[in-house]
Each structure stands twice: as C-alpha cells, then as structure tokens.
Design a protein around this ligand. Structure first.
Ligand code: SF4
Ligand code: SF4
Length: 442
C-alpha cells in the first residue's frame, strides 16, 4: 500500500513538472536526436506532452512510453536551452522509475542490475572472468586508436570498434608523497616547479566502472597528475558503480543499494575532496544522488555532504591544485582538439578547466573543433538500443574532429572516449582519443 501511494505521488509530480513546459519548441533547435530524425516524438516537447498523461499511458502502453524515453541521449541540451527551466532529465529519470515501479524489471535487467551491478565484488569477478577469455572472440582493429573488433564468427557487435576489458586493478596510493622515490621521480622531472608538501591536500579517487574496467590508463594518469601536484591520494579498496546505469534503467532498488554502498566506503576514509575523472560519475554523485535521495530512505544530509566534496579532476587541478606546467621538450608540438562531454559542460558548467589542463603541457597545442559541445551520440543504453542513430551523430563528430587535423582528441568522459574511438577507428584516422589528464601527463 505504501508503495502504491508513493507511486501515485511520483506520477502526479511528473505530471505537474511536465505541465510546466509551454510547448515553445526551443528544444527542437538543440536536440541531437531530433536533428537526425525530425520527429516530434523524439524531442523533449513531444516526450513531455506524453508524460503529462502518464497516469493513463502507464495502463495503456508502458513499454511504448519507455521506448520513447529510450530515444534520448540524456545530453541535457534541451535543459540548458529551455526558457522555462523545465528539468527534462529529472522528469525523464523519474518517469522511468515510475514505470519500472509499476511493471517491474525484465528478467535480463534483473540479472544484470540486481544480481550483478548491485554487488561490486561479484561484478568485478564476473568482468575479470570475461576478460580472461575475451581474446577468443575479439582481435585488434589494427589502427592507431588501439580499439578492437569482433572475430568473424562472432554474431554480435560486428559493426563496432571498442576497447577490450582491462584486468581490474587497485589504483589507491595512500603512502606519503615522496618526489625522490623511484616511482615518482620520472613524473617530477617533467617540471621545474618545486615540490611543496605544505600545500598537500588529501583526496579520495573515484575511478568509475568504465575507467576501471576498460580504460585504466586514465586512472593511472589521474593518480600521476594528483601526485605531481602535491596531492595525497587515498582510494576505496572496492568502490561500487555510481548507479547511473541503474537509475537510467528505472531501477531505484539497485541505485539506492549502490549509493549506500559507496557512502559507507567513502565515509570510512578521511579526505578533503572526492575526485573523479568520469563526467558521468561526477554528474551522478553531485546531481542525481541528492535528487533521488529526497524520495528514499537514504539520509539526504550524508548524500549532500559527499556530493559537495565531489569534484571533476580537471576542475580540481585548476581550482584546488597547482596545475604545474609541463616543460616543452625539443620536438614538434602535437595538435589536440577537445570534445565537451554533455555531463561536464551542460550539466555541471565545466568547460574551461579541461582545456587549461591540456594547455598546461607545453608539448601540445589546443585547436578548437566546430561544435565542440555537440553531443557525441553515445548516451549509454541509447548506443546499445539505437546504434544506427547513435552512429549518424558519432560520424558527424568524427568529421568535426578530422577537420582540425589534430593528432589527439581529448574528452573528459570515458563514455565519450569510447564513442569517439569507435568512429575515429572505423574511419582509419591517425588520431588517438585521450582524457585531458592523459594528455597532461604524457
Ligand atoms: S524549450 Fe522547454 S518549454 Fe519550450 S518546448 Fe522545450 S521543454 Fe517545453
Ligand atoms: S536530453 Fe538531449 S537527446 Fe534528450 S530530449 Fe533533451 S536534447 Fe534531446
């Protein structure tokens, strides 16, 4: 009964919030999905009209509503361009949750989310086991971006280039900072700025699933960048997923479990900031955790306290760290262009800082691409469910990147890195895709 009352309250909330849309259509001009399809049902206005009647739609065709919501990249372009400040992303997330509360999760989602993702130790073991046999069904794509593709007999993902699973490692370094240690000497030789342990800040590092499981080089570069800037790093032995994939699937049970798990892990450590190198994890912890905690049994104060300490690594290095310059070496500087991840720029307003991090390494020159802040077309499950649409958006991004004649394209989000790598690799470009801290530390 309590659950039913909660559901009715949530549906009314969605109806009222969707009703604040005045149907002006300003969101049409910026929606990357609408730009491809021209369908009113794909733009925020069309979806909000549907959600205003969610009470009826829920009984008539809940799967149809979900299908419509799945054709959204969660890029937030409509939110920043809305004159009425309609929080479209929040309404879409709550709608998914309401529908899943009503219909229940499918068996496949239950296995992936409730059996797997909910339990970080189990999930890590599962991924590690798959990583041991992955070479049987994939091979290097054979170009500069370091991606792989599936072998001929494998029936899935035949049209994609992707990164293989990495062996899971622990990235924490709790030992005192020591610039003369063997490990750190090579990092410190890159600068003439003195080591200053008096300025030492202590941070915890939240690596995020994609970085831990697919792109561990970003975690290593992040650690190096923090140590290099006189920061002491601690990290949880086994953090859980930030919960973003779970809440985007409407699964508030898994989401709440992961929030509570991570709260307990990080509250047991003492640190000044929780630094992440993943735009989506930062967005989830800072914005989605507090939004969902208001309507759950999780203590909102604890969530807000951790959210306030959470900071993107680029922003941390620029605003809280020192961002020491890396000396120019005796070689031609490499052109780098930067793609703004939606969850950094549109959701958190972070755009200058990653560029400053890139420019702090004097061996690189930043050259802006056209439409640097246009979504790359990944959108998590959007890419899985709507790959041909995702590809059309991805190819446009790849062409903007190519036009800069860069050697490297950087982005502050591992999901964008995966998407851009797919299209850069398939187009046989001589371009590497990196995180800004990897550029800074290379
Ligand atoms: S811009 Fe905002 S108010 Fe205008 S149609 Fe889109 S969501 Fe509604
Ligand atoms: S979040 Fe992005 S993809 Fe979704 S409706 Fe808004 S602009 Fe379109």
């Amino acid at each position: 009964m309590a659950d039913l009352i909660k559901l009715i309250r949530l549906i009314r909330e969605i109806r009222d919030e969707a009703g604040t849309c005045k149907r002006c259509g300003s969101c049409q001009a910026v929606c990357p999905v609408y730009a491809q399809t021209g369908l009113e049902s794909d733009v925020a206005r069309g979806k909000l009209t549907l959600l205003e009647g969610l009470e009826q739609e829920m009984f008539k065709n809940p799967k149809g509503v979900l299908k419509r919501l799945d054709r959204c990249l969660s890029c937030g372009s409509c939110v920043v361009n809305c004159p009425r400040n309609v929080n479209v992303l929040e309404i879409f997330i709550k709608s998914r949750v309401a529908i899943m509360d009503f219909t229940g999760l499918s068996m496949v989602k239950k296995i992936i989310l409730r059996w797997g993702l909910s339990y970080p130790r189990r999930f890590d073991y599962f991924i590690k086991s798959v990583s041991l046999v992955q070479k049987l069904f994939m091979k290097p794509a054979g170009n500069k971006s370091g991606t792989f593709c599936v072998r001929q007999f494998f029936p899935f993902f035949r049209d994609r280039h992707f990164f293989p699973l990495a062996n899971l490692q622990k990235y924490g370094k709790a030992e005192p900072l020591n610039p003369s240690s063997e490990q750190n000497r090579s990092i410190f030789s890159k600068t003439s700025a003195p080591y200053n342990h008096k300025k030492e800040l202590k941070v915890a590092f939240f690596s995020g699933c994609v970085i831990r499981k697919l792109l561990p080089g970003i975690a290593r570069a992040s650690m190096d960048a923090l140590i290099f800037n006189n920061v002491k790093v601690v990290s949880s032995d086994r953090e859980g997923c930030c919960g973003f994939p779970a809440i985007m699937a409407g699964d508030r049970v898994t989401f709440n479990r992961l929030v509570q798990y991570n709260l307990a892990k990080f509250e047991s450590l003492k640190f000044d900031y929780l630094v992440t190198s993943c735009a989506t994890c930062t967005f989830a912890i800072k914005k989605i955790w507090p939004m969902m905690a208001k309507d759950s049994r999780i203590n909102l104060e604890r969530v807000v306290a951790l959210a306030e300490k959470t900071i993107d690594i680029n922003q941390f290095l620029v605003l809280k760290g020192e961002l020491k310059e890396i000396k120019k070496e005796d070689k031609e500087p490499v052109i780098v262009t930067y793609h703004d991840p939606c969850h950094l720029k549109k959701s958190l307003g972070i755009a200058k800082e990653p560029r400053k991090v890139i420019c702090a390494n004097k061996n690189y020159i930043l050259k802006e691409m056209e439409n640097a802040d246009r979504c790359c077309g990944f959108g998590g499950s959007f890419n899985l469910k709507n790959y041909s649409l995702s590809s059309r958006i991805g190819v446009e991004k790849q062409r903007d990147i190519r036009a800069t004649e860069c050697g490297i394209v950087a982005s502050g989000c591992p999901a964008c890195i995966m998407q851009i790598s797919d299209f850069v690799s398939k187009a046989q470009e001589e371009i590497i895709v990196k995180h800004p801290v990897e550029v800074y530390m290379s």
